[in-house]
Design a protein around this ligand. Sequence first.
Ligand code: SF4
Length: 356
Amino acid sequence: MPVELLGKSTGELREYFASLGERPFRAAQLYHALYAERRFEFSAMTNMPAALRERLASAEGGRISPPHIVRRFPSMDGSIRYLFSIGGESAKPAQIEAVFMPREGRQTICISTQAGCAVDCHFCLTAQLGLIRNLTAGEIVGQVLVALEENREQLAPQTNVVLMGQGEPLLNYDATMTAVRILLDPKGVALAPRHVTLSTSGIVPGIERLGQEKIRPSLAISLNASSDEQRNTLMPINRKYPLEVLLDACRKYPLRSREYFTFEYVLLGGVNDTPEDARRVVRLLARLRAKVNLIPWNPGNLPYQPPTPQSIEEFQRILVDKGVPTFVRYSRGQDVFAACGQLALMETPSPFVALQ
Ligand code: SF4
């Protein structure tokens, strides 16, 4: 049975080549071809001799299975939403999503770490899928590689990756961190740590573990509420890790110099968007080096209302006046099912033109 090589570290590739009786330095060559050059066919890995490439491609060798693009949904704003299929022969088949968002001088790629999610945030469509399964490191890093390769003609110099698609990354810790190490490795995908952001719903043991990592991404926390009562309703995970426990873990987290927490706050009209909410958020974040992203809710399939422009402005003003850097972010690709889980939930054919 061929061994899946996508997602393997240099050490794992060294063991793999040793099992074939090949020299250890081949591991670095394959690693470079996979992650730095984004070669998914052995025949294209011209940094290795032809005989070895043939051996790797044979039945006793290895295989490279990047996520398969089922559909592309190009948005009016230039972003492209991908519906990928993963799994098959050796793993449970599933569909996941990623989004490629080009901007002046950079692209941001939002990727999934699980198929579906068990966390059950009430404003999230992925929650309705439940957890289908954890992704492997190869399936996680593969989304970035495929999105970059797909858009190679128009790539800007800087790439940002956000782990904010389907799933809770800290509940698939090992595979997520293996993928992140490859993304941040100067010999791998070579992204800067400040350009890779892991977003969590607030899994405290995972935050504590991440703080011990030598190589780690930036951390974003999905806050979305100004009190335990409100957060218990919107994000039931808050009953397990209430605000005080979560913020205490943040206070103990070993931020590096010039590193900030990002707190994401989805503004739901009439639910969590009042001036009193803003003042409570200021108090919650008082002893933290933090910035806040306000994300106005988009009308969709869930029973929430968007905030008014006045409430967005007022909320931001209260935070900024108290010294909390606060930005309003509008989710991109709104015309192509921007909320995570939306594509995978669709059972009917899309009204949008899919470029296959
Ligand atoms: S918002 Fe994130 S953590 Fe919450 S249910 Fe959706 S995918 Fe899971």
